[in-house]
Write a protein that binds this ligand. Structure first.
Ligand code: HEC
Length: 150
């Protein structure tokens, strides 16, 4: 019994201590002239979908949920945000060259078709990112029409 309580105590101490490891949740400032939505003059309906379903991980406008304040969840959230931004950051769209832009438009449509984006685990915590079939279709055709214009 004593052994069990020591283990529990050790776990609690570790859980408390890891809360002190800093996680940087500061967003880089967004330059309107570089942002995908501004540059493309995205229609409001599509803008709302992008902001709800993609911008938390693929922009510098991340809104961190409450659970992102508690380690170890905070590490997982930050990891996905960092990785998502590395693959595609809509806040710096204007800085990408034509090839990258084309690549991202096509891949955005593809990941939506494959249901790999928005990340399924994220949807569990963010019901607003749960796209109806019609909303998914709207985003796919938006990305595809931009790719065709490029
Ligand atoms: C919870 C965070 C999160 C959300 C929300 C999210 N993504 Fe991602 N996205 C990622 C991560 C992380 C990656 C890196 C690849 C991976 O780990 O699967 C990625 C990769 C991508 C890629 C690159 C795929 C490749 O193969 O190169 C595209 C394009 C993309 N996401 C588009 C979107 C679109 C469009 C949305 C909204 C409909 C979206 N993502 C929502 C986290 C996210």
């Amino acid at each position: 019994m004593i052994k069990f309580s020591r283990t529990v105590l050790a776990v609690v101490i570790v859980l408390v201590l890891i809360q002190f490891i800093p996680v940087n949740r500061t967003n880089e400032p967004v330059q309107a002239a570089e942002d995908f939505i501004q540059v493309m003059q995205t229609p409001p309906q599509v803008t709302a979908l992008l902001k709800n379903a993609c911008y938390d991980c693929h922009s510098n406008e991340t809104v961190y949920p409450d659970y992102a304040r508690v380690a170890p969840f905070s590490w997982s959230v930050k990891h996905h945000v960092n990785k998502g931004r590395r693959y595609a950051n809509f806040s710096v769209w204007a800085s990408y060259n034509d090839e990258l832009k084309m690549n991202m438009l096509k891949k955005s449509a593809q990941t939506l078709k494959d249901h790999t984006m928005p990340m399924p685990a994220y949807i569990n915590f963010h019901p607003e990112a749960s796209l109806t079939p019609g909303e998914r279709e709207l985003l796919i055709s938006y990305f595809e029409s931009l790719a065709a214009e490029q």
